[in-house]
Design a protein around this ligand. Structure first.
Ligand code: T3D
Length: 263
């Protein structure tokens, strides 16, 4: 990464990378420095074949409170929100979605505004029993962004998405699981070990197949059945040429556990 990040940490636990948003006194609100650090981290991760799963979490009480509103209080009419969003949050969302590996959000506290969207941009969400999701945008006269208008209807349906976006009411971890916005909720103290355990498990699997599965599932959600069938066929051909596929077949034949190398 170019220069040391100031607002995040990026650690490695074997093949699992752990990215922690770290402005705890500001509920990990995303300022310009964090945008720079996050975009740098995503570039580093995308270029590192040793990383086979990513865990994203927040330091302190919050996961992420979205755009740092203190920065916006200083802008004048010449400031273009559209240009800002394109150059910042949109790149983060696409960067997370384009990583060819599992990305798990360990939602340790409140995820508000673009912070909620960033959690939804991850592939899986494990929530602490202190987590909540707040579509905070309408409270400050903005529309949902950072992908929430796309993620929410897919996960919870159009009616519930509108309710959450209009009211800005907080959804806790248990309700998020019930609605399909999150995968599980665990006691706060168990969040990091349980999320890391899942990340390690996924990181020991055939990473290229998992990465292609991610692409196919997201594409499948917005394609026709014939298109999805054709895309599966193409990806299956690619997967069939990976050494992990050969290892999977060998291990099955030899009645032993497979050892996948992620290639
Ligand atoms: O062009 C573009 O990029 C537009 C894009 C917009 C994307 C967006 O994300 S818009 C939405 C921005 N986020 C919000 O509106 C959420 C604002 N925060 C809140 O509503 C509340 O803080 C929370 C619901 C997240 C948590 O409430 P609570 O009562 O638990 O905590 P708190 O006391 O409000 O906040 C704790 C501290 O974090 C506090 O700092 P202080 O006063 O003790 O020094 C608070 O100011 C700070 N903080 C929380 N959110 C933000 C923030 N500071 C800057 N920006 C924030 N978004």
């Amino acid at each position: 990464m170019a220069g040391d990040p100031e607002t995040i940490t990026l650690d490695h636990d074997g093949p699992v990378a752990v990215l922690t948003l770290s402005r705890p006194q500001k509920y990990n609100a995303v300022n310009a420095a964090m945008q720079r650090d996050l975009q740098g981290a995503l570039r580093t991760l995308a270029a590192d074949p040793g990383v086979r799963a990513l865990l994203v979490t927040g330091a302190g009480k919050a996961f992420c409170a979205g755009q740092d509103l203190a920065e916006f209080s200083a802008v004048d009419e010449s400031f273009r929100y559209d240009e800002h969003v394109r150059a910042t949050f949109n790149r983060l969302v696409l960067g997370l979605r384009e990583l060819p590996l599992p990305v798990i959000a360990a939602v340790n506290g409140v995820a508000a505004g673009a912070g909620a969207s960033l959690a939804l941009a991850c592939d899986l969400r494990i929530c602490s029993d202190r987590a909540s999701f707040v579509q905070a945008f309408a409270r400050i006269g903005l529309v949902p962004d950072t992908g929430s208008t796309w993620f929410l209807p897919q996960l919870v349906g159009v009616g519930k998405a509108l309710e959450l976006a209009w009211t800005g009411e907080a959804v806790d971890g248990a309700e998020a699981v019930a609605l399909g916005m999150a995968n599980s909720v665990v006691p706060h103290e168990q969040l990091q070990p349980r999320a890391l355990e899942l990340a390690q498990r996924l990181a020991s699997m055939p990473t290229r197949a998992l990465g292609m599965t991610k692409r196919a599932i997201y594409r499948g959600a917005t394609s026709t059945l014939p298109e999805a069938l054709e895309y599966e066929a193409q990806l299956q051909q690619v997967a069939s040429r990976t050494s992990d596929h050969h290892e999977g077949i060998a291990a099955f034949t030899q009645k032993r556990p497979p050892v996948f190398a992620g290639r």
